[in-house]
Design a protein around this ligand. Structure first.
Ligand SMILES: NC(=O)c1ccc[n+]([C@@H]2O[C@H](COP(=O)([O-])OP(=O)(O)OC[C@H]3O[C@@H](n4cnc5c(N)ncnc54)[C@H](O)[C@@H]3O)[C@@H](O)[C@H]2O)c1
Length: 333
């Protein structure tokens, strides 16, 4: 039994209670209204900030201790009047996040947002040159990966010990109706947008099952089963499939500690969107058309979508699974 006489509430808004646990010890039990978790194993999936904070007086906690690996940094030491270490910790501290399509657009913004919240990010893409721009961010490691290639995915899986979050971002937009969509277009889109997610999840899910925890986030779109959008036939078909895939994985593995959600953005201002606009016969008009369909009068930024990615990757969303999370400025209303 470890006794700590010196617990105190800190000055942060949530008036956390501080528990001093010496290095070499770990507590894995709930004591009163405070739950102790091991941030590495995420026992019990509690999120520290959501814990009820007692109302102001000092009190003594008695905690049953067992082994720990010394990395449960959220349980810091503080004296009354200081901000505790726990409140300074990132929302993704200690999490390993593997993601695709990190070189630009939403993927890049999400990789940066993840790293700022303390995650260890394995940022992959086929575009090595652009990927290198991420190397200067703390916590981001880059790796070339073509998500349509099973052998490459399996090789990467052998190199990685654990994955807390798998974020499948890679996708391609084909412009046109069903009449404009050749079989090659259909196959290319379904291969990159859907089969790649099947391969990634099938390869990395067993690791998460061994860990008894893991979160999968798939990039879908409101152009899917949510909204019929002109000239997005095979794209919308693929993104609707991703919603189905997401719900299926969420339903099958919920009891094993796995969450699976997808993100459905409206129009996001990314390099590839700008390229698509430039590729139209009248780019100026195409931009006007894109803006005209936004009820907000503007497109989303990649950073705005990244905020949702952080939430879904973090333990703040621990009770959220199997959902298609729309972020479209009301476009689909
Ligand atoms: N931009 C939007 O308006 C919008 C809206 C809704 C959904 N989305 C979805 O968000 C995702 C990202 O879109 P974006 O516009 O931010 O990115 P983007 O199209 O600008 O970038 C896509 C990235 O994917 C990479 N990539 C392409 N093929 C790959 C492969 N085989 N393996 C690994 N990486 C590959 C590219 O190198 C690139 O860095 C896509 O799935 C897209 O469908 C985008």
């Amino acid at each position: 039994m470890y006794r700590n006489e010196d617990t105190a509430s800190c000055l942060c808004e949530e008036s956390c209670w501080i528990i001093e646990l010496p290095p070499g010890q770990r507590s894995e039990q709930e004591t009163g209204s405070i739950s102790i978790i091991n941030t590495q194993q995420r026992l019990g999936n509690f999120f520290p900030r959501s814990l009820p904070a007692p109302s102001g007086q000092r009190r003594r906690l008695e905690l049953q201790s067992s082994l720990w690996d010394g990395r449960a940094a959220c349980w810091g030491v503080a004296v009354t009047g200081q901000i505790c270490k726990r409140c300074n910790m990132g929302r993704l501290d200690g999490k390993v996040i593997l993601m695709s399509a990190a070189a630009q657009g939403i993927g890049r913004a999400a990789a940066i947002a993840f790293s700022k919240e303390g995650a260890q990010v394995i940022a992959t893409d086929i575009n090595e040159e652009k990927l290198k721009e991420l190397e200067s961010y703390e916590g981001i490691k880059i790796r070339v990966l073509d998500v349509t290639k099973r052998e490459q995915i399996e090789k990467l899986c052998q190199e990685i010990d654990r994955v807390d979050v798998l974020f499948n971002v890679a996708g391609f937009v084909h412009h046109g109706t069903i009449l404009d969509c050749e079989e090659a277009d259909w196959d290319f889109t379904m291969n990159l947008n859907v089969r790649s997610m099947y391969l990634m999840i099938k390869t990395f899910l067993p690791k998460m099952l061994t860990q008894k925890s893991g979160t999968i986030i798939n990039m879908s779109s409101v152009a899917s089963s949510i909204k019929g959008v002109v000239n997005r036939c095979v794209y919308s078909t693929s993104k609707a499939a991703i919603i189905g895939l997401t719900k299926s994985v969420a339903a099958d593995f919920l009891e094993q500690g796995i969450r699976c959600n997808c993100i459905c953005p409206g129009t996001v201002d990314t390099p590839s969107l700008r390229e698509r606009i430039q590729a139209r016969p009248n780019p100026e008009q195409a931009l006007k058309d894109f803006l005209a369909r936004q009820r907000t009068g503007r497109m989303a930024t990649a950073e705005e979508v990244a905020h949702l990615c952080v939430y879904l990757a973090s333990d703040e969303s621990v009770y959220v699974t199997g959902n298609a999370h729309i972020i479209d400025g009301g476009w689909s209303l």
